[in-house]
Design a protein around this ligand. Structure first.
Ligand code: PRP
Ligand code: URA
Length: 215
């Protein structure tokens, strides 16, 4: 079945370095330490793309030679919102890019039978409604977890939501955009399909287990 979605809401970050690193990430022989490092590196590339349109303002800077009119980020407030657990692997990279960002946590896991998300934690910045939210999670499979996260942020009044995943499938992208057509999704790859257990093919396996070495 072909899943349709609005391609203008999806950015595939397919820089050659991203593709190279993603291939190592997919490799079953890549160990926990390297896997975690690669997730961090890929999150840096995505964070760079997802913040490309942040507004700038002029600032006067005294260089060693003269005063120059330069640019600085115009006070845009950001929140990084990892979906636990695997999203935690992307947080540090984004904090390196935007050290003043706040971090909110959304804890959920997929029920192994229904594949639907089960929420167990929601801890968001008090002023989250005033912030652009970068929702991070390496895997976008059925889309249930991400759609749940987006709905939670909308219910708290967040207007600008950008979703950063590493691997997605058309079915999941379509489900998220159907639930909320205004989000923007950044991914390093759009894979073929889900298997009967709702795992991404070819994918990279269970991202949480590979990041934290729990299997
Ligand atoms: C994984 C992944 C996403 C979700 C994606 O988390 O990190 O959160 O599944 O699947 P979906 O698009 O079908 O909702 P998991 O539930 O395995 O929890 P974990 O991160 O704690 O391992
Ligand atoms: N969650 C993962 O970690 N991997 C998948 O392929 C699907 C959901």
């Amino acid at each position: 079945m072909a899943y349709e979605y609005d391609k203008s809401r999806v950015t595939v970050v397919d820089h050659p370095l991203v593709q190279h690193k993603l291939s190592i990430l997919r490799d079953v022989s890549t160990g926990t330490k390297q896997f975690r490092e690669l997730v961090r590196e890929l999150a840096l590339f995505e964070g760079y793309e997802a913040t490309r349109d942040l507004p700038l303002e002029d600032v006067e800077v005294q260089t060693p030679l003269e005063v120059a009119t330069c640019k600085q980020i115009a006070g845009k407030k950001l929140a990084i919102v990892p979906i636990l657990r695997a999203g935690l692997g992307m947080v540090d990279a984004l904090l390196e890019l935007v050290p003043s960002a706040r971090v909110g946590h959304l804890g959920m896991y997929r029920d192994p039978e229904t594949h639907k998300p089960v929420d167990y934690l929601c801890k968001l910045p008090a002023d989250v409604s005033e912030r652009t939210c970068l929702v991070v999670d390496p895997m976008l499979a059925t889309g249930g977890s991400l759609a749940d996260a987006v709905a939670t942020l909308r219910s708290r009044g967040v207007s600008d939501i950008r979703c950063l995943v590493l691997v997605a499938v058309p079915e999941g992208i379509s489900a998220v955009l159907e639930a909320d057509p205004d989000v923007h999704i950044y991914t390093c790859a759009v894979d073929r399909q889900l298997n009967e257990h709702a795992y991404i093919l070819p994918g990279l396996g269970d991202a949480g287990d590979r990041i934290f070495g729990t299997k």
